[in-house]
Design a protein around this ligand. Structure first.
Ligand SMILES: [Zn+2]
Ligand SMILES: [Zn+2]
Length: 416
């Protein structure tokens, strides 16, 4: 069975998170999107964990949970993100890690073990004063079925390879426990092709999740990992990750908020690696350091040329949130915001008629799309599927902007 999984999410106990990020509401949003497995988010937070214990029940012996009052078409995996703070070569490193756990009971035990390193009640994503190697040792000491991997590996802040407080390799981060790390989350601003340029990452499985703080379809599942399993269980999922048997849906990396460099406060950006390095990574307006783009960080660590494809590479498909595609399609009549009523209505019509957003984006034929949407929207969906678009790259916290290549009257012909 195919499993579309978004396994890095946050609960209302994390900062700036929607109240709708609870299991029962999320089941509804997941179905609209086409997801069938979600992370619980924040499972180490004591109050959230007790809410989860009430809201979820285990699907017998699978290590996965269903929401009480909902069917089993959307399941949950127990998951949390933590930030470690430690000194490395005299400098403070702040790095985020995702943890998968085989049960809510293990989450409780792990919470006890980690509570001596930081206040788990302060934030859904707790900050722990612990070395990453000790973190992994502690987690696997509690239950060796847990999986730990670096979160959004390339973002400038709080990630393993981040330009502000990261390091240059998995080994520098996890030291003697690096051999127990099997995967990394690529984050929105990088895609597998960018990671393939760094040969020392070859042995890691590249995962993609949304890290969403809200359930809206342009956030939840904007990236996800696809599994093909004979039986859906925690054990099978971990085995597929360890052996690299996954595929991912990825937004184009330019869409991510940190793909290029810039300084948002001064309106400087997006700057390509060449432009930013000419400025010595200083803002030309205020001369503070620029927020260095993920593209630049990959370039720094890469030992292979752009476009390199390793022999054993995984599959991935580029997608953009359907709201973005509809909004761009309506652009000639004035760009409509993702939250606008007109975009929402067009979205709903497509998803209701054609099953789920992923089905609309990936599979529905032009003939099906044209039954459910105006011609310009149907054409836009096909154009994005075929890569006929460009994106003004994101930088310093600003999302990239989708631009469809100029559509001329009569262009429908190319679809025949
Ligand atoms: Zn994070
Ligand atoms: Zn500036």
């Amino acid at each position: 069975m195919k499993v579309y999984a978004d396994l890095h999410l946050h609960s209302p106990f994390s900062r700036a998170t929607s109240e709708k990020m609870n299991p029962l509401d999320l089941v509804g949003f997941a179905k609209i999107k086409g997801l069938n497995l979600l992370g619980t988010g924040d499972a180490l937070h004591p109050a959230w964990l007790s809410q989860l214990s009430l809201a979820l029940e285990e699907v017998d012996g699978t290590g996965l949970y269903k929401a009480r009052g909902a069917d089993e078409n959307v399941l949950f995996l127990v998951e949390a993100e933590v930030e470690t703070v430690h000194l490395y070569e005299g400098r403070v490193k702040r790095i985020h890690h995702v943890i998968f756990m085989p049960s809510l009971e293990v989450a409780e035990q792990l919470g006890e073990a980690l509570s001596r390193y930081g206040d788990l009640e302060r934030d859904g994503r707790p900050t722990l004063t612990i070395k990453p190697s000790e973190l992994v040792e502690t987690i696997l000491g509690v239950d060796d079925r847990c999986l730990v991997f670096p979160a959004h590996a390339w973002t400038p802040w709080r990630s393993i390879f981040g330009s502000f407080s990261g390091v240059d390799s998995i080994e520098e981060c996890y030291e003697d426990m690096a051999k127990r790390i099997y995967a990394l989350e690529t984050g929105l601003s990088s895609d597998p092709a960018m990671n393939w340029r760094v040969s020392r990452l070859d042995r890691f499985t590249l995962l993609s999740f949304s890290d969403s703080h809200s359930p809206w379809p342009w956030r939840l599942g904007r990236e996800c990992t696809i599994f093909n399993l004979s039986k859906l269980s925690y054990k099978e999922l971990i085995e597929a990750i360890r052996t690299g048997k996954v595929a991912t849906l990825e937004v184009p990396p330019e869409y991510g908020k940190y793909h290029y460099s810039g300084h948002r406060e001064c309106g400087v950006g997006p700057l390509s690696p060449a432009e930013a390095s000419k400025l010595n990574y200083r803002c030309p307006v205020c001369s503070k350091p620029l927020t260095k783009g993920v593209e630049d960080r990959v370039e720094e660590l890469a030992d292979r040329p752009s476009g390199f494809k390793p022999e054993k590479n995984m599959n991935y498909v580029k997608v953009l949130p359907l709201h973005e595609v509809i909004s761009a399609a309506l652009k000639p009549g004035g760009m409509k915001s993702l939250q606008s009523k007109v975009v929402g209505e067009l979205y709903e019509n497509l998803v209701v008629k054609l099953g789920s957003e992923y089905n609309v984006l990936l599979h529905a034929s032009y003939e099906e799309l044209i039954q459910a949407a105006p011609r310009e929207v149907a054409i836009a969906i096909i154009m994005v599927r075929e890569g006929r678009y460009r994106i003004i790259p994101g930088y310093d916290g600003v999302y990239g902007k989708l631009e469809l290549k100029v559509v001329q009257k009569g262009l429908e012909g190319f679809l025949d």
